[in-house]
Design a protein. Structure first.
Lengths: 66, 371
């Protein structure tokens, strides 16, 4: 689901799960967010790795991803 | 991939794997049967029991094979509690593994009193603490040999002596220590000791409980006559042989491994300081080599764990997000670690298979995450 927020690096429109992932992997209080592609660049991992993480956090009931 | 969670489990030694194979394929006979096809597995069990006994300096008949550390702890706690209707009290520490703590909670629900010793800030259970709690109604004292989260090695010999002075039995959960540091049961004086093979480069699902000859303890699993009627169930010959092979190998190379792993630990700590990363090390002076509990004030252990996971580095944390709150582990709570440090605590557990390059990668990753 898309939000009205954009990536701080590339300006892409962000999905709500991506914002939750920023909070989960950086800081719950973070105010600026990155899209999955820019986050993957920042973390030296693949977009697929981040998608798997999102699914795992959802499976574990993390409320950030509701 | 960098595996730095050796306190959670270890990679099976290739020697142990090779030793297991014949018992999984051709020599699959049930060791308890009275025919010729059972003779080889029966002999293998006897040899494995003798090897393990020699490694910890006990008699072979004092070794009982179990499914692992959890079963061994359950047996020691429950089996000894239920064996005595007069002396019913148990003493343990507040930062034991859950296999001990939940076993104690189970006997408490059945009316057996349990008291919990608090460790010092360094993670040590002192003789004084035990002395203030123990009485002549104490049936069992159970204190872990080394803590699984912070690595602190306990003064087991002294605690055991104090227990015996009051006529109590002494059990130690030595799951983290066996195969990594010298464990001589005769020198320690303990009555029972739990161990698990997968913590010392053996297979998963196998372990043992040492029970000193003459100890009054009930069998834990009812069924057949295996383990001299003390622990029923068809013997897992392959895993038992693998466990004995791994334990012998790691006892023989223990000094070398300790020196090597301690060198990696020193490199990691020195490199963190060189990288100007501020951290606190938990666990006091006497610790397991390679088990490194680090707290980073203001950071979040869970964030570090997931970020390192994305970099292919596997570690553990002392706190976890429980849906809405950050839950601090019972161990860090027991040592009264300050909340900002506790929330930022990770456990790196290095082993003999790690390299200096692994440590350099770990430090580089931590530097990136924390700066």
């Amino acid at each position: 689901m898309k939000s009205n927020k954009t990536c701080k690096y590339c300006g892409a429109l962000l999905e709500k799960d991506w914002i939750a992932l920023n909070k989960k992997l950086l800081n719950p209080n973070v105010k600026e967010y990155a899209c999955l592609s820019c986050l993957a660049d920042d973390f030296d991992c693949s977009v697929e790795d981040l998608k798997i993480k999102i699914e795992e956090f959802k499976e574990n009931g993390c409320t950030l991803f509701k | 991939m960098i595996y730095a969670d050796n306190a959670a489990t270890t990679k099976l030694d290739s020697e142990a794997f090779e030793a297991m194979v014949p018992w999984l394929l051709d020599e699959y006979g049930n060791a308890s049967q009275p025919y010729a096809f059972a003779r080889k597995p029966k002999k293998a069990l006897a040899e494995a029991r003798a090897i393990i006994a020699e490694c910890i300096n006990v008699l072979p008949e004092e070794i009982f094979f179990t499914s692992g550390g959890t079963e061994s702890d359950n047996w020691a706690i429950k089996g000894s509690a239920f064996a005595d209707t007069e002396k019913r009290a148990t003493i343990t520490s507040a930062f034991e593994h859950h296999a001990v703590l939940h076993s104690c909670e189970a006997i408490e629900r059945l009316g057996y009193p349990v008291s919990y010793l608090m460790p010092t800030a360094d993670g040590v259970i002192t003789e004084d603490a035990l002395g203030g709690m123990i009485s002549n109604t104490t049936r069992l004292v159970s204190v872990m040999f080394a803590n699984n989260e912070i690595g602190t090695i306990q003064p087991i010999k002294e605690l055991c002596k104090a227990a015996h002075l009051h006529g109590a039995l002494f059990h130690t959960d030595a799951v983290q220590a066996i195969g990594h540091v010298a464990v001589d049961v005769q020198k320690l004086g303990v009555d029972m000791l739990s161990a698990s093979a997968h913590k010392f480069y053996g297979p998963k699902g196998i372990g043992f409980l040492y029970i000193r000859k003459g100890t009054n303890i009930l069998p834990y699993i009812d069924g057949g006559t295996q383990e001299r009627r003390n622990r029923a169930g068809t013997e897992n010959v392959a895993s038992i042989v693998g466990m004995a092979t791994a334990l012998k190998e790691n006892c023989v190379s223990m000094s070398k491994n300790i020196t090597y792993v301690q060198g990696l630990e020193n490199l990691l700590l020195d490199s963190l300081e060189t990288s100007h990363i501020s951290f606190a090390r938990n666990g006091g002076d006497q610790k397991l080599p390679g088990l490194i509990s680090l707290s980073f004030a203001g950071a979040k252990g869970e964030v570090i764990l997931h970020r390192m996971d994305l970099m292919g580095i596997y570690i553990s944390t002392g706190s976890a997000c429980n849906n809405t709150n950050i839950e601090i582990s019972h161990v860090l709570q027991a040592i009264c670690l300050e909340e900002t440090l506790a929330k930022g605590t990770i456990r790196i557990s290095l082993g003999k298979n790690n390299t200096r390059e692994d440590v350099e990668h770990i430090v580089n990753s931590l530097t990136k995450i924390l700066h």
